[in-house]
Ligand binder design. Structure first.
Ligand SMILES: [Mn+2]
Length: 308
């Protein structure tokens, strides 16, 4: 019997946290493979995740700084080493549950790998309950539905599939809530009115290899972009500082307004490929891209395609 650590990506969002927490519960519930599973997090808990866990009496996953040689791990909501834990190269990846592109992934041994291009990792975890013949408890249903809603921006992101809509409807029915209303309540527990420029930049940011360069792509989601737009010089300064601290070549930030359904996009550092991929220039106040809600599908994918 081994101890297996289960965790989502660095700078965790609600999906990274909830996919790890609920998948861990499910695997322990069915005594999968006779192993014991423990959820971890690779960074601070998002405010909405902290509240949901507290409200449902579920312990917060412990912070994981690095893994030891040979440690068995399950990755949720990511698969790229650049977005994962320190020491991953020496760990044994026994499973991946993810909805992102794959970037340079090799393992020594066969592994469980479930990758589906659905709107959230938690949607995949919800379907895994069925695979194991389990019914999520109401607490589990709440955690899963919350991340399905935050990750798809209330099912509005173009990453949303029919599966997401169907699973969200079913979880909503179990809980007696309207999924979108429930999601909006979760979203509004974020203290977005008090976010500093540093938090807007660093709260939800991922690193990508674009050609030979390291490019950071961040996203700050808000229900009203007015305040952020009034802070552009500070935000740009925070972008430069963040890029320097990570030793990256360039940084892109999307200020995403989920009500107006679009993103204001800012660049700092070496971002010629990013600008080419998005078809926009680096202008001081940023460029408004209507309809752009998904970093993965509408920002990272075209930038990575432009690098090829
Ligand atoms: Mn996700």
């Amino acid at each position: 019997m081994s101890k297996v650590l289960v965790f989502g990506h660095q700078n965790p969002d609600n999906d990274a946290i909830m996919s790890a927490v609920v998948l861990t519960q499910l695997l322990n519930q069915v005594n999968y493979n006779g192993d014991t599973y423990e959820a971890r997090r690779l960074g601070p808990l998002p405010a909405e995740s902290a509240k949901l866990l507290a409200d449902n009496g579920i312990a917060e996953p412990e912070l994981l700084e690095s893994v030891e040689e040979g440690q068995q791990v399950v990755l949720t909501d990511h698969n790229e080493a650049g977005q994962s834990v320190a020491g991953l190269e020496g760990a044994q990846i026994v499973g991946v549950v993810d909805h992102h592109r794959f970037g340079g992934f090799t393992t020594a041994a066969p592994l469980h790998i479930i990758s589906l291009p659905w709107g959230s990792s938690c949607c995949i975890v919800a379907r895994l309950f069925e695979v194991f013949g389990q019914q999520p408890t109401d607490a589990q249903a709440k955690l899963l539905l919350s991340a399905m809603m935050t990750d798809t921006l209330m099912l509005k992101s173009p990453t949303t599939t029919d599966v997401d809509r169907a699973v969200a409807a079913r979880l909503g029915e179990q809980l007696g809530v309207d999924p979108v209303k429930f999601g909006m309540e979760v979203f509004l527990t974020r203290p977005s009115g008090s976010f500093t420029a540093e938090q807007m930049v660093g709260n939800d940011i991922k690193q990508f290899e674009v050609g030979a360069d390291k490019l950071l792509i961040g996203q700050y989601e808000t229900v009203d972009k007015t305040r952020a737009l009034g802070m552009i010089p500070e935000i740009r300064e925070a972008m430069r500082a963040y890029q320097a601290s990570k030793g990256a070549d360039g940084i892109v930030l999307c200020l995403t307004d989920i009500m107006e359904e679009g993103s204001q996009v800012l660049f700092e550092g070496k971002t010629d490929v990013a600008q080419k991929g998005l078809g926009i220039d680096d202008v001081p106040e940023g460029v408004w891209m209507p309809g752009v809600l998904s970093r993965k599908k509408q920002v990272a994918a075209p930038i990575l395609a432009a690098a090829e």
